[in-house]
Structures are given as C-alpha cells and as structure tokens.
Design a protein around this ligand. Structure first.
Ligand SMILES: [Zn+2]
Length: 151
C-alpha cells in the first residue's frame, strides 16, 4: 500500500470515529516532513459547540501546538472530504505543502467548488492539491451518515 493511501486510511478511521460520535464523518491527518503523523482529528462541531471545529482545523491546531508554530511548512494534510472555504483558508495560513483530499463536495467545498479559495490572488500560499484519494469510501461514509439521520 502506498504511503498516501495509508495516511488517507487513517483519515477515514477518524471519519468513522466522528460518525460514531454523531458528528458529520470527516477526518483529517497532518503528516510532518519526515513522514510522521503529528495530528489526526475528526469533526467535533457538536461536541464542542463550535462551528469551526472541522477535522482540518482541529488537526492543524494540534500539529501547530506540537511544532510550536502557527505555520507548518512542508507538512501534508490528508482529509476525507474537499475542504470548505474556512478550512481551505486555514490550510493556506498554515502553509501546508500538499493537500490530499478524498470525496469532492459540490455543496459545501471551497477548493474545486464554490469559493475556490486557492484560485484567488488574495490567497498568499497555495498548496499542491491532489484529489480523489479514498474518495469512494469517504463518500460512502457521508451517504450512510446522512441516510441514517433521515431514517
Ligand atoms: Zn471545513
């Protein structure tokens, strides 16, 4: 199994754990330049009563605290779903080197859809972006979660 696939598998585990907590199943993992996973998180907006507690934001906060810096140059972020505009901006502010995401999110995404945060001149750091990794499983978790809530 390739490295990027295994990191996405860990992000998917975080997404499953989020679903088990009743949170929208999205998971994120931050990987240091030496390949170590330095943070992993799933959504906790309900638990924390915090609309900013998306998986990406929580993982970035943990990684920044560990590194002791507001920036994470040459770190990679893996997330199971296309980041929303808020998270895309946070990823830019953190100077993440490479962003890998799974499922696309035409409804709320901010990378390939909607605000397309990285496409603007006002975005001062643009990561390399790789999409579609583990997308099927990421999309399935979301579909199951929302189908369960309806039923
Ligand atoms: Zn977000």
């Amino acid at each position: 199994m390739s490295e990027f696939r295994s990191h996405m598998d860990q992000a998917l585990d975080e997404a499953r754990a989020a679903a088990a907590r009743g949170e929208v199943p999205v998971g994120a993992v931050v990987v240091a330049p030496d390949g170590r996973v330095v943070a992993a998180a799933g959504n906790r907006t309900r638990e924390l009563n915090d609309p900013t507690a998306h998986a990406e934001v929580l993982a970035l906060r943990t990684a920044c605290a560990l590194v002791g810096s507001e920036r994470l140059p040459d770190h990679d972020l893996y997330v199971t779903l296309e980041p929303c505009p808020m998270c895309a901006a946070a990823i830019s502010f953190a100077r993440i080197g490479r962003l890998y995401y799974g499922a696309e999110d035409p409804k709320s995404g901010g990378v390939a859809h909607g605000a397309r945060v990285f496409a603007h001149a006002q975005c001062h750091h643009v990561p390399e972006v790789y999409d579609g990794i583990g997308a099927e499983e990421a999309a399935r978790l979301l579909q199951e979660f929302f189908a369960g809530r309806r039923g």
